[in-house]
Ligand binder design. Structure first.
Ligand SMILES: Nc1ncnc2c1ncn2[C@@H]1O[C@H](COP(=O)(O)OP(=O)(O)OP(=O)(O)O)[C@@H](O)[C@H]1O
Length: 578
């Protein structure tokens, strides 16, 4: 990204907080930090003046002046310690307030309109590892932005104050030019400026590759972490396949990227360290050398000589801000780039895939579900289901069947509003509860009671009700484990998890229920019990299922057959309701 674009993007990310509802406390805290910084600069100017006095009283063998100078020094240092402590405290307070606000914003954006799901469909590496963006990158952005901006401010203040001191101590230097002597005002300032400009230029040239390398390093680290997490999540499946060697290869491939990139980073860092060490050490003697002509001509005394050296160092440090902060700046650019891309891809994911893909959803007082000219596509544009039009009254049931890969699950995703690659019209009944149940339901890491009521009941569910439903769903052995917290997704068998999904259905009592192979792991008898419990306990619920098993035909009155080439056929009322 170009520099202007980086600044624009950083401003876009930062602006939201500084103009949010929290803006008054943010600006207030920032003002306090700035005031404390001003205080620190002022104290360092006083310490510089103190140096002049101190070395002069030493040179003059003035004991009373010496004792007074030691007393003043103690006072100044105590003040410095107190101000510095508060400066660090307020700066960190501002940091955590800003980070909290930004994290909440990113979390809300990521979860809004199912963006977390849509981002996965984009399958773009720029939108990868949202966990890293929200945890690490937000933290880095806040800490680096504060550090860089407050440091810049402090450096400008320091440089301005000490330039005045240096200017006053510089006097006029006469440069011999043939028979003339050219007067140079403030030569100590110009010398510092030229010295810092050369150092800055060299550092930028040398350190520039770090921007890309730091960016890649963060990405490789996140990919490596993610590959480890995947093995943890799929431990059993990998163990059955004896896939350890394959996994090891994947880990090492990701880790190799980390190492290779790191080697490139350390090569650049080595050169940069040579340059910055040379630069900072040379600057000490450079300051003395530049100030020495005036000292040896007796134009400044020893105290002023030390004052020049001290002021010179301050100005040097101020100018060399880019050098000291180069790696930080590189990191900051990379973080701004990543966060900006994340924002852009979240917006893209939320937007329609394209204007040709648009599902129009209207809510109607009628009780049935109507689909008009619905087309469902794969992301590559292949038309999975063409022009489907049908109406399903409430209390009806529909089974969707067809060969594997023909688009049954994708059709349900379209009806749920998750699938962006579709067009047509859907009229859905107004104010009705709708529930979609996938083949493998999500089991949060929480108490079993909360797993059953996920995503959270509007009213607490009584134990007696829970126990009764657990019995209905053939889960009697779990009745005594309601308070237990476990990784239930790992602990329960797939069949048990599917029965947990039925517990949720019976608790939620939806008006429209969509089941995507929700009984595929159950034996036929248990499947029968589950399906038969629906009309008995939820007589007003319309059920739409996807499945392969012939037995499912017994529990649905209508059938929709997909052929995988776009064709479909509705066979109404082929079976008796159970
Ligand atoms: N996120 C995706 N990216 C790319 N292609 C996808 C994605 N999701 C689904 N598809 C493709 O869309 C087609 C339909 O998939 P879908 O899961 O709907 O089939 P299905 O009929 O439910 O299959 P099965 O009976 O095996 O569960 C498949 O070819 C699949 O590869």
């Amino acid at each position: 990204m170009r520099r202007a674009v980086v600044l624009q993007s950083a401003w876009k990310i930062a602006k939201a907080y500084w103009f949010s509802n929290d803006k008054w406390s943010a600006w207030g805290l920032l003002l306090v930090v700035i005031a404390l910084n001003l205080g620190l600069v002022y104290i360092s100017v006083l310490l510089n003046v103190w140096q002049g006095t101190f070395y002069q009283v030493l040179q003059n063998y003035n004991q009373a002046g010496f004792i007074r100078a030691v007393g003043n020094f103690t006072l100044l240092v105590v003040l410095l310690i107190i101000v510095r402590g508060y400066q660090v405290y307020t700066r960190m307070l501002l940091h955590i307030q800003w980070r909290s606000w930004l994290t909440e914003k990113y979390l809300a954006d990521w979860l809004r309109y199912k963006t977390y799901y849509r981002l996965k469909l984009l399958a773009n590496e720029e939108a990868d590892n949202p966990d890293q963006r929200i945890s690490e990158d937000v933290e880095l952005f806040v800490s680096l932005t504060l550090r860089l901006s407050i440091d810049v401010l402090q450096d400008i203040l320091t440089v301005s104050s000490f330039v005045v001191i240096l200017w006053n101590l510089s006097g006029i230097l006469y440069l011999p030019l043939g028979r003339f002597h050219l007067p140079v005002y403030g030569y100590l300032v110009w010398a510092a400026l030229v010295y810092a400009a050369i150092g800055t230029y060299l550092t930028i040239r040398l350190g520039h590759p770090l921007v890309r390398l730091d960016y890649d390093q963060q990405r490789y680290e996140a990919d490596f972490r993610f590959s480890l997490v995947r093995v943890r999540e799929n431990a059993e499946s990998i163990a059955f396949y004896n896939g350890e060697m394959q996994e090891k290869k994947t880990f090492l491939r990701h880790f190799e990227n980390i190492v290779n990139n790191y080697l490139k980073i350390i090569t650049v860092r080595k050169k940069l360290t040579w340059l910055t060490t040379t630069y900072s050490h040379a600057s000490i003697i450079f300051g003395v050398l530049v100030a020495s002509p005036r000292y040896f001509r007796n134009q400044i005394h020893l105290g002023q000589m030390f004052q020049v050296i001290d002021a010179y160092n301050h100005v040097q440090n101020g100018f060399s801000f880019v050098i000291d902060s180069f790696t930080r700046l590189a990191q900051w650019r990379a973080v701004v780039n990543r966060l900006n891309n994340f924002l852009i891809y979240m917006e893209i994911a939320r937007a329609e895939a394209s204007s040709s893909y648009q599902i129009e959803v209207s809510r109607q007082p009628r009780r049935g579900l109507t689909l008009k000219a619905i087309n469902v596509f794969r992301p590559d544009g292949y038309n999975l289901i063409k022009n489907i039009t049908l109406t399903l009254d409430s209390n009806e049931s529909l089974l969707i069947i067809g060969p594997s890969g023909c688009g049954k699950s994708t059709f349900l995703r379209t009806l749920a509003g998750l699938w962006p690659y579709a067009n047509g019209c859907i009229h859905v009944p107004d104010k009705k509860k709708v529930l979609f149940v996938p083949q493998k339901s999500y089991m949060p890491l929480t108490r079993f009671r909360d797993v059953l009521t996920y995503p959270g009941p509007t009213q607490p569910v009584e134990d007696a009700v829970l126990k009764k439903i657990l019995l209905t769903c053939h889960l009697p052995h779990l009745i005594d484990r309601l308070e237990e917290t476990l990784d239930w997704g790992q602990a329960l068998s797939l069949g048990e998890q599917q029965r947990v999904a039925f517990v949720r259905i019976l608790l939620l009592q939806p008006d429209w229920l969509f089941l995507d192979e929700a009984t595929s792991a159950l034996d036929e008898n248990t499947e029968k019990v589950m399906y038969e419990s629906l009309p008995q306990l939820l007589p007003h619920t319309s059920v739409i299922s996807v499945g392969h098993r012939k037995t499912l035909l017994n529990y649905h009155r209508n059938r929709l057959e997909l052929d995988g080439k776009g064709g479909w056929q509705l066979i109404p009322r082929f079976a008796k309701p159970v």
